[in-house]
Design a protein. Structure first.
Lengths: 113, 113
């Protein structure tokens, strides 16, 4: 089975703090994604990566950056956390770009106070 | 732009009934569709997928039907169980080259004993 692991399930951070959310997948997938999920808005794509050191902006990249130094690891960075970034963050991966299933991690609940 | 919607925000059924969850999509170029189940506090879990060259696909207790003429997708769950209670949402791949799935906001399925 595909395993997408988000190391932090619950975080509380202060406004202005730098926040790192880490994600690791164990299936040698090419693609990795970061989404945020908010009530009534569904899943929105923040950033994705289709190869090591490659990244592409999703639909809502403002206030976020990402890092993919190794194939299995994709990090989401909030340079200066704000209260409107309180959300559930979901990491995901897929084999390649040819329309394969995207598998999700368990999510990271971030509260910014 | 593309959109994926759901007809019913909440569906309540009795244990043992069959459940049908519907989804409308707007992009006729979409070539791949996925149904996910998301339990409270957890990440989305893959249930079943279907490609646009198929009309029907069956899994264990679940069936997905695709009607490309009216751009409609449905998930049928047979003999619904309390453990099926969750939010279900569909996703479409609008075939833009980088697998940027478009997600619906979800339907909550409530199963009563």
């Amino acid at each position: 089975d595909v395993k997408v692991t988000q190391s932090s399930r619950y975080l509380v951070k202060r406004t202005g703090e730098k926040v790192f959310l880490e994600c690791v997948q164990d299936m040698d997938h090419e693609n990795m994604f970061w989404y945020r999920q908010d009530p009534g808005l569904g899943l929105r794509l923040i950033y994705f990566s289709y190869d090591v050191k490659m990244k592409e902006k999703g639909d809502i990249p403002e206030g976020y950056s990402v890092s993919r130094e190794k194939k299995e690891r994709f990090s989401l960075i909030l340079e200066s956390a704000s209260t409107n970034q309180t959300s559930m963050y979901l990491c995901a991966s897929s084999l390649d770009i040819s329309g394969n299933t995207i598998y999700f991690g368990e999510g990271s609940w971030l509260t910014v106070v | 732009g593309e959109s994926v919607g759901l007809h019913l925000p909440t569906l309540s059924v009795q244990e043992g009934d069959n459940s049908i969850i519907n989804c409308a999509y707007s992009n006729s170029a979409s070539d791949y569709f996925i149904w996910y189940k998301q339990e409270s506090g957890k990440g989305p879990q893959f249930i079943i997928d279907i490609r646009s060259n198929m009309d029907k696909r069956q899994g264990q207790r679940v069936t997905v039907l695709l009607n490309k003429t009216v751009k409609h997708l449905s998930l049928q769950i047979a003999a619904t169980q309390p453990g099926d209670s969750a939010v279900y949402f569909c996703a479409e791949n609008p075939n833009t080259g980088f697998q940027k799935l478009v997600f619906g906001t979800g339907t909550r399925l409530l199963v009563s004993p």
